[in-house]
Write a protein that binds this ligand. Structure first.
Ligand code: CMC
Length: 381
């Protein structure tokens, strides 16, 4: 029997397909549970730091204090972005920040001393460098496009504080730093999400980590993945006040449009990351004297509650946008923040792919015409 005659069952979007094994993170969608290396996301969100979480993902265990100090110092030393890459950022400054990030990560490969070394040791070192360089790129771009000078990383600040410092040029408060830190922890890895899959596909061809991270950044950009937080805040701004939320959502659903920040391929219960940002978004709104965004989003959440019965629940991106907005971060940077948090996840999944590599190459069922006679160009009508 030929492939054309055989009955083929499709797994469109690879829904429900296990691609490989992983020891990095596990999304247990039916019970709304997420673990990194065995640790519950709730414990990490409440008790860990982003530096510690990166270490956990990359090395497979929590660091001792000495290891964490050493790792923090390495991250600091790795955050510089070469001048020619800053020049490239300057020349493409008008593009969307994710396009600038994708271009800059690609350009970094020309300056990294180990770009084409796919050994696990070099890939780990590159993963640490890219984790540290990504916020430098995002912040340098934002400052350049606003006519400001990029700010050098400050070695006395932790990762999250340094990000806010390089973005705004002033050291952030402890509360804002903690918020950003938690947000990065929550975004660090997430099973076979679309961008990690994109990164794995690139790595499976034996392409290097820079290629894989470019694929990750490119895949994250869409509003069905990393772009949802930006769309949620757009929606909140359009709604404008709590009393209009209900009719806005009714209209949207009547038109068959999706409500951004809801639904997930794997979670049929609430995304466990969302609750940490929900409470923090409320506290931040109260602290800033702007409780209205949380109220608008809560009214949207309330209207969407019946959808939970169909497994369409609130996801991490629903609350993160309002946090970034209240921190004074421009909406078009929201996806880049997700990317900063996710680089360690891409790196660890590329390391796993390389360790036990197999080319990722699924099939497509051909449904087009068959045996069409070739007509020479002059005889075509
Ligand atoms: N609002 C309204 N209806 C929805 C939504 C939503 N946000 N999400 C899914 N549905 C409906 C969809 O219209 C479809 O209905 P029907 O069966 O009547 O055609 C049904 O649910 C199944 O949708 P699907 O597209 O087959 O499901 P999926 O698993 O492929 O979708 C998703 C996952 C994330 C693409 C989708 O839920 C969505 O578009 N959500 C909005 C975008 C969003 O918030 N993305 C961020 C995800 S969390 C961050 C991350 O990890 O990437």
């Amino acid at each position: 029997m030929t492939t054309q005659q055989r009955e083929i069952s499709l797994a469109r979007g690879l829904k429900g397909v296990y691609l490989d094994t992983t020891e990095s993170s596990d999304v247990q969608g039916d019970i709304g549970k997420l673990i990194y290396r065995g640790y519950n996301i709730h414990d990490l969100a409440e008790q860990s730091t982003f530096e510690e979480t990166i270490y956990l993902l990359l090395y497979g265990k929590l660091p001792t204090r000495a290891q964490l100090n050493q790792f923090g110092a390495t991250l600091h030393q790795s955050g510089k972005v070469p001048g020619p890459v800053i020049d490239i950022i300057r020349s493409v400054q008008k593009s969307h920040p994710m396009d600038v990030l994708r271009t800059a990560v690609s350009a970094l490969s020309a300056f990294d001393p180990e770009t084409e070394d796919n050994s696990p040791e070099a890939t780990l070192r590159k993963g640490i460098r890219l984790t540290a360089q990504t916020p430098t790129i995002v912040c340098a771009h934002d400052r350049i496009r606003h006519g400001l000078k990029p700010v050098e990383p400050n070695p006395s600040l932790n990762f999250a504080a340094n990000f806010l410092y390089m973005l705004k040029g002033e050291a952030p408060s402890e509360a804002d730093t903690k918020l950003m830190d938690t947000d990065f922890i929550l975004h660090a890895d997430h099973g076979s999400n679309a961008s990690a899959f994109g990164a794995r596909v690139a790595a499976s061809t034996l392409a290097d980590l820079h290629c894989a991270v470019v694929a990750g950044v490119a895949t994250l950009k869409g509003p069905w993945h990393g772009g949802a937080a930006e769309k949620v805040m757009e929606m909140a701004l359009e709604i404008g006040e709590e009393s209009k939320a209900l009719s806005y959502i009714e209209d949207r659903l009547k038109k068959g449009d999706r409500v951004m920040g809801f639904g997930h391929r794997v979670y049929t219960a609430e995304d466990p990351r969302a609750r940490h940002l929900r409470d923090r978004a409320k506290a931040l709104g109260d602290r800033m004297g702007q409780p209205k965004w949380w109220r608008i989003l809560s009214a949207v959440e309330e209207r969407m509650r019946p959808y939970a019965r169909r497994g369409i629940c609130v996801n991490v991106d629903f609350w993160s946008g309002s946090i970034y907005y209240l921190l004074g971060i421009p909406e078009d940077l929201f996806i880049s923040i997700f990317a900063i948090g996710r680089v360690p996840g891409w790196a660890v999944q590329v390391l796993e792919q390389q360790k036990n590599n197999i080319l990722i190459r699924p099939l497509l069922k051909y449904v087009g015409p068959m045996d069409v006679p070739y007509v020479p160009i002059d005889q075509r009508s």
